[in-house]
Write a protein that binds this ligand. Structure first.
Ligand code: NZQ
Ligand code: ZN
Length: 385
C-alpha cells in the first residue's frame, strides 16, 4: 500500500426526513444563500422542505446553475454574495450545483479573478465560505469531497480544482428525493459512480486489500441495484444503496493508498466542453476503449476485475479481460448510457479538436504511469467512434 493522508471532515446525514436537521446545522445568525439549478427542487418538494426547515433564518436565493456549471453564471452568484453580505452557502441539487457552490465559496473570498482558481488547480485557495449540501442526484461524490469542476463557456474550457477549504460542512442525503430523477440522470449517476471506482481501482496491484474489496463491493452493488433504480424507481432500499455507493465512490476512502488513473475523466471533460455530452456519456464512451488500449499495463487488475466482479474464470487471460470489458460496456448500455461516439453524432472529424485541447491543456501524460500520451488518447478515441 502507498503512503497516504486521509482527511474528510464532511458530516453525513443519511435517510428519509433528514432535511429537517437543517434548522440545527445552519447557524441561527447566518446569512444564507440557497444555491440551486433549473428548478427540479421546486417540482419534487425539496425546495419547500428546505425553506420550512430554515424558517427563522435569513435566506436569499440564487437559481439557474446549469449542468456543467459555468464560470459566467457563477460570477453572478459571487456578486450577489458580496452585495448581500452572505456568509453561508447551501447547495441543493446534483454535482453541478454543488461544484458551483464550491467555486462560489472560494471565489467570493479571493482577491484575484476567481478563474485563476481553475488555472491553478485550487492552489491559490487559502479560505472559503462555509458550505452545506443537500444532494438530489447520486453521481459525482461532490457532496463529501474537495473537488469541483467548472466550465468557461466563452473558451470551451472545463477544468477541475481541489481544495480542502471547500469540503462541505455537512451533506444531507435523503434517497427519497431521488425518486423524481429522469431515467437519463439515474443512468448517468450510476455510470459516473462506476467510473469513479474504476479510476481508483483499475491500475496495478499495491497490496491494498481492503481498498480493492471496498471498490469491488461498490461495483457489485451498482451492477445489482443500478438497473433496479430504472425498473423500480420508487424502491427506497434500491435508491439508498445507489446513493451511498456514489458517495463512497469518491469520498477519498477507496482512493487512499492506491495509484489513480483519471485519464478517462480528463478526455471526457474535453468532450463535454466541446460537444456538450453529459459527463457520464463521455465516460461510457471513453472507458471501454481506454481499458482495451492499456490492457497490458493493467493486466493484473483487469484479471482480478474479471474474476471478482464479473465471475469470469474461463478462457485465456486476453479472453477473460475482453469479456470483462464487454460486460462493463453492456452494463453502461443497460443503464441507458450509450457507449460510442457515433451515438452522439460525433465522427472522426471531431477528434482533432479534442486532441488539440488535450495538448493545449497539457494533458499529454495522463494515467497512473503518465504514459497516456496524445497518441494513446488518439487511439482510444478512434476505437470509440
Ligand atoms: O438543475 P435542476 O433543475 O436541479 O435539474 C438537474 C439537472 O438538469 C437534474 N436533477 C438533479 N436532481 C434531480 C434532478 N431532476 C429531478 N429530480 C432530482 N432529484 O439533473 C440534471 C443534471 O444535474 P447535474 O448536477 O448536472 O448532474 P451530476 O450530478 O451528474 O453532475 C455533473 C457535474 O459534476 C461534475 C461533472 O463534470 C459535471 O459538471 N463532476 C464533479 C465531480 C466532483 N466534484 O468530484 C467529479 C465528477 O467526475 C464530475 O466531473
Ligand atoms: Zn465523474
Amino acid at each position: 500500500m502507498l503512503n497516504f493522508d486521509f482527511y474528510n471532515p464532511t458530516q453525513v446525514l443519511f435517510g428519509q426526513g433528514q432535511i429537517a436537521a437543517l434548522s440545527k446545522l445552519v447557524p441561527a445568525n447566518a446569512r444564507v444563500l440557497l444555491v440551486y439549478g433549473g428548478g427540479s427542487i421546486k417540482q419534487n418538494g425539496v425546495y419547500s422542505e428546505v425553506l420550512a426547515a430554515l424558517a427563522g433564518h435569513h435566506v436569499s436565493e440564487f437559481s439557474g446553475v446549469e449542468p456543467n456549471p459555468s464560470y459566467e453564471t457563477l460570477m453572478r452568484a459571487i456578486e450577489q454574495v458580496k452585495a448581500e453580505k452572505i456568509d453561508f452557502l447551501l447547495a441543493v441539487g446534483g454535482g453541478s450545483v454543488i461544484d458551483g457552490a464550491k467555486f462560489i465559496a472560494a471565489g467570493a473570498l479571493l482577491a484575484d479573478d476567481p478563474w485563476t482558481i481553475l488555472e491553478k488547480y485550487g492552489s491559490n485557495v487559502s479560505e472559503a465560505m462555509d458550505l452545506g449540501v443537500i444532494l438530489t442526484l447520486p453521481a459525482t461524490g461532490s457532496e463529501t469531497n474537495a473537488s469541483s469542476v467548472v466550465t468557461r463557456k466563452s473558451t470551451q474550457e472545463k477544468f477541475a480544482f481541489m481544495s480542502r477549504k471547500v469540503f462541505p460542512k455537512f451533506a444531507i442525503l435523503d434517497p427519497s428525493k431521488t425518486y423524481s430523477l429522469p431515467a437519463r440522470q439515474v443512468g448517468n449517476g450510476v455510470v459516473d459512480a462506476f467510473a469513479h471506482v474504476m479510476e481508483q481501482y483499475m491500475t496495478y496491484p499495491v497490496g491494498a486489500k481492503v481498498q480493492d474489496r471496498f471498490a469491488e463491493g461498490i461495483l457489485l452493488t451498482l451492477i445489482e441495484e443500478g438497473p433496479r433504480a430504472l425498473s423500480a424507481p420508487d424502491d427506497y432500499q434500491v435508491r439508498a444503496n445507489v446513493m451511498w455507493c456514489a458517495t463512497l465512490a469518491l469520498n477519498g476512502l477507496i482512493g487512499a493508498g492506491v495509484p489513480q488513473d483519471w485519464a478517462t475523466h480528463m478526455i471526457g471533460h474535453e468532450l463535454t466542453a466541446l460537444y456538450n455530452l453529459d459527463h457520464a456519456q463521455t465516460l461510457a464512451v471513453v472507458m471501454p476503449s481506454m481499458l482495451r488500449q492499456r490492457k497490458d499495463a493493467k493486466r493484473a487488475k483487469l484479471l482480478q476485475f474479471a474474476e471478482r466482479v464479473w465471475d469470469i474464470r474461463d478462457g485465456s487471460e486476453d479472453e477473460r479481460i475482453e469479456a470483462a470489458i464487454a460486460r462493463m460496456q453492456a452494463f453502461f448500455e443497460q443503464m441507458g448510457v450509450k457507449t460510442r461516439l457515433a451515438d452522439y453524432q460525433l465522427g472522426a472529424g471531431h477528434l482533432d479538436a479534442v486532441l488539440g485541447n488535450l495538448e493545449k491543456h497539457r494533458y499529454t501524460k495522463l494515467g497512473e504511469h503518465r504514459d497516456v500520451s496524445l497518441e494513446v488518447s488518439r487511439k482510444v478515441l478512434e476505437a470509440s467512434l
